[in-house]
Ligand binder design. Structure first.
Ligand SMILES: Cc1cc2nc3c(=O)[nH]c(=O)nc-3n(C[C@H](O)[C@H](O)[C@H](O)COP(=O)(O)OP(=O)(O)OC[C@H]3O[C@@H](n4cnc5c(N)ncnc54)[C@H](O)[C@@H]3O)c2cc1C
Length: 385
């Protein structure tokens, strides 16, 4: 089967699955701050959530392009894959850097849904975008690592068994470069919640099940360490292209959803005895949003193709994240304007998707950090921070 046929087959199957999770379903989750458990279960049972896990470990062993297509279709249907998308890229950290024992212990259970790996603890309240200054420590006492500190915005932690955690194992004063001395741990949170681990939900403008986490003398064995001690930042960096590409695919799905909603509505809605879509004041913003979406999509596929060829598309993945998140936001703005007052009515879902689409210019990486990356690493301008 050609790659295009494979993508089309996936698109058809995912969009069919998404019919079970209509706007009413997402609206209800949004209004009640519910985790979309049934949706995540269905995505797991259907095998889509494990599409990137190699067959040897119980997944479908598909390339990143398949993951991108799956996430795009979910968002294009009006859904929101943020409830579980992280598993697609955090799993890659175990796959690339974990020991064979860790891979065979965890990946088949993640693929089958017996274990959820949804939580990714990097950001901290006091360091924010300056990841290398994070304060959470993991101190080895000869037998165990003792973890102390705090994370914020650890999304889905209440709905995950496992947590991938970045902590400092060597004090900043003792390392030559700030990138050294950080380590990645895979932690089964069920062993610690209520004793050495406290998770508190953080309410946000959209339904995102995000939390803050407090670690108080949490003990883990060296078996929980992924790869080599003090090399963890490299492992996190190695997953960033995949993360940016997958999130960009969601943005393209969102943009396509807004475009469809706006074109359909502007043909139907009659004001002054004609469809509003007959007015260029309504048509042009739709056409403009479409153009921006298509351009961003081309950059995204350039990143995906390079990634799947085994290259390191840092430039393309960052550009895709920048352009796709901006394209989805422009489409969101256009759509709410096209709907007029009804855009604000919960019933129409525009305001929900509008709130959801805004996130991607801040998380998982803020637009300014991407611009800094392009300035420094692509254009060779001086480092700004
Ligand atoms: C809903 C949600 C879910 C999230 N989920 C996760 C998660 O699961 N795991 C996780 O680890 N993190 C998560 N995050 C955190 C997210 O990655 C951060 O919010 C993001 O990286 C920005 O960090 P910050 O919020 O601390 O902003 P800050 O670092 O405080 O920055 C604030 C603003 O200043 C800008 N800024 C800062 N320094 C510079 C500079 N040198 N040059 C130019 N501009 C600068 C930033 O770009 C930003 O616009 C989530 C965030 C949200 C809101």
């Amino acid at each position: 089967m050609s790659t295009n046929d494979m993508h089309q087959e996936i698109r058809d199957a995912v969009s069919k699955m998404c019919l079970k999770f209509d706007n009413k379903y997402w609206q209800n989750c949004d209004e009640k701050d519910l985790y979309p458990t049934d949706f995540v279960k269905e995505l797991t049972i259907s095998g889509f959530l494990a599409s990137l896990i190699p067959e040897k470990y119980g997944g479908a062993g598909l390339p990143l392009s398949a993951g991108a297509v799956i996430l795009e279709e979910i968002h294009k249907s009006g859904g929101n894959a943020a409830a579980c998308h992280a598993q697609m890229y955090t799993m890659g950290t175990i796959l690339r850097h974990g020991s064979e024992k860790q891979k065979s212990n965890f990946l088949p259970k993640i693929a089958s849904g017996d274990l959820r790996l949804q939580a990714f603890g990097v950001t901290e309240p006091n360091s924010g975008s300056d990841t290398l200054s994070l304060k959470t420590t993991a101190v080895f006492n000869g037998e165990k690592y003792i973890i102390n500190g705090q994370k914020i915005w650890t999304s889905r932690a209440e709905h995950s068994d496992l947590l991938l955690l970045l902590a400092r194992t060597k004090p900043l004063e003792e390392v030559k470069k700030k990138t050294e001395g950080l380590s990645v741990f895979l932690i089964d949170m069920r062993d610690h919640i209520g004793t050495s681990l406290t998770i508190k939900p953080v309410k946000t403008m959209m339904n995102h099940s995000t939390t803050e986490m407090f670690f108080e003398n949490l003990l883990v064995s060296p078996d929980n360490l992924i790869g080599d001690c003090n090399d963890g930042f490299k492992y996190i960096l190695s997953g960033m292209n995949a993360e940016r590409i997958l999130i960009s695919s969601e943005c393209i799905g969102d943009a396509k959803w807004f475009l469809k909603m706006a074109t359909d509505y502007s043909k139907d809605r009659k004001v002054f005895n004609r469809p509003i879509g007959q007015n260029q004041g309504i048509q042009f913003p739709i056409a403009k949003a479409y153009s921006k979406m298509r351009a961003a999509e081309l950059m995204l596929w350039s990143a995906i193709n390079l990634f799947d060829e085994g290259k390191n598309p840092g430039e393309e993945a960052n550009l895709a994240k920048l352009l796709c998140s901006e394209a989805s936001w422009e489409a969101a703005e256009m759509c709410i304007q096209t709907y007029g007052g009804f855009g604000f009515a919960k019933e129409y879902n525009i305001e929900r998707k509008y709130r959801e689409a805004r996130l991607y210019q801040v998380a998982p990486v803020s637009t300014n950090m991407i611009l800094s990356y392009i300035a420094e690493h692509v254009l060779n301008l001086p480092r700004s921070y």
